[in-house]
Design a protein around this ligand. Structure first.
Ligand code: ADP
Length: 402
């Protein structure tokens, strides 16, 4: 089957066409600045007649997501650089949907009732769910009759017990407004924990795994017997570890304090916490990108040292907490941009975990981007560098339902 995987943002649309039999990516790309001047589609073919795997960038107006989906279809079926003869070769579409609330604990085939439920969850993800729905509508319009599947970022975490998902708030807020921990990056946590069990040659139902998804956004999860029992992001993706630009956990009283001192509205404080904090904020605005921070760290720049040290301690504390939540841990997996490519970050985090018997192999830990067991042979806990592949996970889920 050929599966089109779509990840729609408010002004962007990322896509991949995946052959589910070989799990090869036939083409991938990104539509940027949808509904804004200067929109463009960046497309890379890997299959079909095209011998070049070069990026093709086309600047063209995109007034809405329907135009963007049409441009994706045009690129995929283009006589020169297309990878399929016609639209009919697309067997199903898998959509990343950010928030499934308590409604969805698995992926589902999209129908009107599913769309309505996604719409109802928009309150919880006002920037993402409406964009995901627009993408779904655009695909339905242009590919009538092709099954569409929703794969939720929150679904994997729905197995968390009440004691892990409740906040210490008046219970009526949960009853009335469903204020609770949901967690995100679920597709990645599920994919990586399953792959970890495979690599260990063990059944996931007998393992305790901690996944550290460290990208620009970052979250950790505790996966016990194949089920998520805790995760660091909460009602929204703002909670948890320090991220690229998000603060992660702070004392909630800071919000009122800063609002008063800086004369900011609640919306403005939220903007600071989401966009100007994290390692960007800690480094005094230097960078949210760990490549820059690492380079600065190696030159001894205080801004970068401060940001990296604070970041690593926070991640290590979460790993310690999740080992306690599961009463043990068999494996720790590092994934996503920073996790997969950051030997120094992984080493610094694992230094705190020696008490649990975590020991890295410094030579293997030098790996960037490739799958590897990076713990020393005498480490009590196995540690892996494990590239995530959310698009492939979405394609697999889509095939399972079609
Ligand atoms: P997201 O999907 O949340 O945008 P990614 O998982 O793509 O994030 O991670 C992006 C981050 O990964 C970048 O901001 C950068 O800090 C980090 N990163 C990417 N490549 C490297 C590298 N070679 N070395 C260190 N960090 C890297």
């Amino acid at each position: 089957m050929k599966i089109l995987v779509i990840n729609c943002g408010s002004s962007s649309l990322k896509f991949q066409l995946i052959d589910s039999a070989s799990e090869d990516v036939l083409a991938k790309g990104l539509c940027e600045r949808i509904g804004i001047d200067g929109s463009q589609i960046v497309y890379t073919p890997f299959g079909g007649k095209s011998v070049s795997h070069d990026k093709i960038t086309t600047v063209t107006p995109m007034k809405d997501h329907t135009v963007a989906v049409q441009l994706v279809i045009d690129a995929l079926t283009d006589p020169g650089h297309g990878v399929i003869e016609s639209l009919k070769e697309i067997d199903a579409v898998g959509h990343r949907v950010v928030h499934g609330g308590e409604e969805f604990s698995t992926s589902v085939i999209i129908d009107e009732s599913v769309k309505e439920a996604i719409r109802k969850c928009s309150d919880l993800a006002p920037l993402h769910n409406p964009a995901n729905l627009i993408g779904i509508d655009a695909c339905e319009r242009l590919m009538p009759g092709v099954p569409q599947v929703a794969v939720f970022d929150t679904a994997f975490h729905q197995t968390m017990p009440e004691k892990a998902y409740l906040y210490g708030l008046p219970y009526e807020y949960y009853e009335k407004y469903r204020v609770r921990r949901y967690g995100f990056h679920g597709t990645s946590h599920s994919f990586v924990s399953a792959r970890c069990a495979e690599l260990m040659g063990r059944d996931i139902s007998e393992l305790k795994i901690i996944v550290a998804h460290l990208g620009n956004g970052a979250s950790l999860s505790a996966v016990m017997n194949g089920k998520c029992v805790d995760t660091s992001m909460g009602l929204t993706p703002l909670e948890g570890v320090i991220m690229g630009t998000r603060s992660g956990d702070i004392d909630p009283a800071i919000m009122q304090y800063i609002a008063a001192k800086e004369n900011l509205s609640m919306d403005e404080v939220m903007d600071v916490l989401n966009k100007k904090s994290g390692v960007l904020g800690l480094s005094g605005g230097f960078s949210s990108d760990f490549r820059d921070l690492e380079a600065g760290y190696n030159k001894g720049e205080a801004n970068c040292i401060r940001a990296i040290e604070t970041y690593c301690l926070r991640v290590a504390k979460y790993i310690g907490a999740y080992a306690a939540a599961m009463n043990g841990v068999d494996a720790i997996c590092f994934t996503a941009g920073v996790g997969e490519n950051g030997p120094m970050i992984r080493a610094k985090i694992c230094e705190y975990l020696g008490f649990m018997g975590v020991k890295l192999d410094d030579i293997v830990n030098a790996v960037r981007g490739d799958e590897a067991e990076i713990s020393a042979v005498d480490s009590k806990v196995k540690v892996f560098n494990l590239p995530t592949n959310e698009e492939l996970a979405i394609a697999r889920e889509t095939v399972n339902l079609c």
